[in-house]
Design a protein around this ligand. Structure first.
Ligand code: SAM
Length: 274
């Protein structure tokens, strides 16, 4: 490996290396479904036995890239509507989305745990329109720091599954009530997947994923509306494209039960305007 940073992270912050690694594995391919040169550059700079620990599964990399593509599309659509809007990235880890979709005018706020923010500051120093906040996303104090003048989009990518369900509900309600007219894009693992993590049976190569107590099957997304009356709409965000067998099977997996209902999901919540 390189002579770069050698991060020592706790189990949940380490998941940011896991997702970074698979974005880089996906992006290294000439026929990649996600372009992410910054992620490729980062894994070369970080002194971590990525491949030994997390493996190099092409399938996992492509599925991860397709999920990331859903978030990128939502952010790009938001910035097309609100070019000077604020994108708040909860549990941002070492996401490189800013380098993939920034429009040169938006504001970006990263919220993550202190050890992760310290690492991010070293590896990805913030530009003038970016800000990093070391905070627990569920405490909602970060909401006071958000510039609301030009629209707000909050993302929680790869975060909520690690939280207790009551905290997820409170976080959704807190966002809905604090950002009228705004939106939240989140992802969820299905219940069967959560059970595997809770019983220690979810392994990715030599890596055991931490417990994921919050889960939601894809056909349960309507329940997210009950978190707060300020959640006005819930929309399924579906992966597009895909290469080889994944691309061929994706339309079936998205429409034919039980695959369509037991799959991981990305969901956009729209908040009522006041
Ligand atoms: C799987 S990583 C996802 C990172 C990034 N969003 C991505 O998709 O690559 C989960 C991230 O959530 C952060 N995290 C976990 N619990 C958190 C909390 N309560 N508040 C803020 N961040 C949290 C971790 O530190 C880690 O960076």
């Amino acid at each position: 490996m390189s002579s770069g940073e050698r991060p020592e992270l706790g189990a949940v912050p380490e998941t940011a290396l896991w997702t970074l690694w698979y974005r880089a594995v996906a992006a290294r391919r000439p026929d990649a479904v996600l372009r992410d040169p910054k992620a490729v550059e980062l894994v070369e700079r970080i002194d971590h036995a990525f491949a030994d620990r997390f493996g190099t599964s092409g399938l996992q990399a492509q599925l991860q890239a397709l999920r990331v593509g859903c978030f990128d599309r939502e952010v790009a659509d938001f910035l097309a509507r609100e070019p000077r809007g604020t994108v708040v990235c909860l549990g941002d880890g070492l996401e490189t989305q800013y380098w993939r979709v920034d429009n040169g005018r938006a504001r970006w706020l990263t919220v993550d745990l202190p050890e992760l923010v310290a690492l991010r500051e070293q590896l990805l120093p913030p530009g003038p329109r970016q800000r990093y906040l070391a905070a627990d996303a569920t405490a909602l104090g970060w909401a006071e720091e958000v510039d609301r003048h030009h629209g707000v989009l909050v993302t929680a990518q790869g975060l909520l599954m690690y939280l207790p369900p009551m905290r997820v509900r409170a976080l959704i309600a807190g966002c809905a009530e604090r950002f009228p007219g705004g939106s939240l894009v989140l992802d969820a693992v299905p219940r069967w997947f959560s059970r595997l993590t809770l019983t220690g049976r979810m392994r990715s190569h030599a890596y055991q994923a931490p417990p994921m107590p919050w889960a939601m099957d894809a056909d349960e997304r309507g329940k997210l509306r009950t978190a707060s009356p300020a959640v006005a709409a819930v929309r399924d965000v579906r992966p597009l494209g895909g290469r080889g067998p994944v691309g061929a099977l994706l339309p079936l997996a998205l429409t034919v039960p039980p695959f369509s209902t037991r799959r991981p999901s990305v969901v956009a919540l729209e908040f009522a305007a006041r």
